[in-house]
Design a protein around this ligand. Structure first.
Ligand SMILES: C[S@@+](CC[C@H](N)C(=O)[O-])C[C@H]1O[C@@H](n2cnc3c(N)ncnc32)[C@H](O)[C@@H]1O
Length: 284
């Protein structure tokens, strides 16, 4: 978890807003030329607090972006478009962080293994990866902090925007990292836990791993696949992994998106993003 910029609320928000603007500008051009991976569909409505909201579109496809390159494929075309309502001038959970599309593309490329799998997303925010997984046939529970009701309401809105009805097609629950409340005990069997940009503040690293460790103890065959952004060379979860009897294996992001001709750096806005898989240490 190495350098980039120091994380404090103001600087991180500003940094991210700048990043998002860049991504939007770049990908609008991309959309005009070939594969429309992200598009901004214009200002949709006010958020209730006169904060403008827009819909950001993410298109997942197995088609390579540039048909002119002549790589004809016999594969049937598969495409899923996800629309994410975002409020830029708001809290962490109201816009899509660069880690989320990276995780979502990773899942998309494994979509054939997702059908009927039970997946929990931690710190879901706008929930792009979890919503994509649900669209690919997984049984998904989206979660965010139980003390952030507006964030949970925004997740429900994200679901509805994508024709997923909370409580029917997808579940939305409050899970605060490190707090083993009823909502956590009531989660059924899981195949996979996912999280995008949850490791953004060292003060919560242990809380996240406590929750992950608890869930993996109950679901020993499951794994936690997450993306994180490099923010400081001083940050590490190594000792905490050991303490909570977990182990992490890096997943190479170089190949992610390649099968669809996607350059993931388009989504990263100049940040370095890593993908890791965390599992329970085997018992001796
Ligand atoms: C940096 S944002 C990432 C959001 C989203 N996963 C994404 O990548 O776009 C971190 C997310 O973690 C949630 N969060 C922060 N502290 C939390 C906690 N203690 N328990 C659960 N979720 C928390 C925030 O509400 C926010 O949605």
């Amino acid at each position: 978890m190495t350098s980039g910029y120091q994380l404090n609320e103001d600087s991180d928000n500003e940094q991210h807003l700048a990043t998002t603007t860049t991504v939007v500008a770049e990908t609008t051009v991309t959309a005009a030329t070939s594969t429309a991976n992200i598009q901004v569909a214009g200002v949709a409505s006010g958020s209730g607090n006169d904060v403008p909201e827009h819909i950001r579109k993410f298109v997942f496809t197995n088609q390579k972006g540039n048909a002119d390159e002549g790589e004809a494929s016999d594969e049937p075309i598969e495409t899923i478009e996800i629309q994410i309502p975002e409020i830029l001038q708001s809290g962490y959970s109201f816009y899509t962080w660069p880690c989320a599309p990276v995780l979502a593309w990773f899942l998309w490329e494994r979509r054939k293994n997702l059908a009927s799998k039970h997946i929990l997303e931690l710190g879901a925010g706008t929930a792009l990866p979890g919503i994509l997984a649900a669209k690919c046939g997984a049984r998904v529970i989206l979660s965010d902090s139980c003390i952030l009701p507006k964030s949970l309401a925004h997740i429900r809105k994200s679901c509805l925007t994508n024709n997923l009805v909370p409580g029917k097609d997808i579940e939305v629950i409050g899970v605060s990292w490190g707090l083993l409340l009823n909502s956590v005990f009531n989660i059924g069997p899981l195949d996979l836990i996912i999280g995008a940009d949850c490791f953004y503040d060292p003060s919560v690293f242990e809380d996240i791993l406590v929750t992950v460790s608890f869930l993996l103890e109950r679901n020993p065959q499951a794994k936690f696949v997450c993306t994180y952004q490099e923010r400081s060379a001083d940050w590490s979860i190594e000792a905490l992994l050991k303490k909570w009897k977990l182990r992490a294996v890096p997943i190479n992001t170089d190949e992610v998106g390649k099968s669809s001709g996607i350059d993931l750096s388009e989504f990263m806005g100049g940040h370095t993003i890593h993908l890791i898989e965390i599992t329970k240490e085997p018992k001796n």
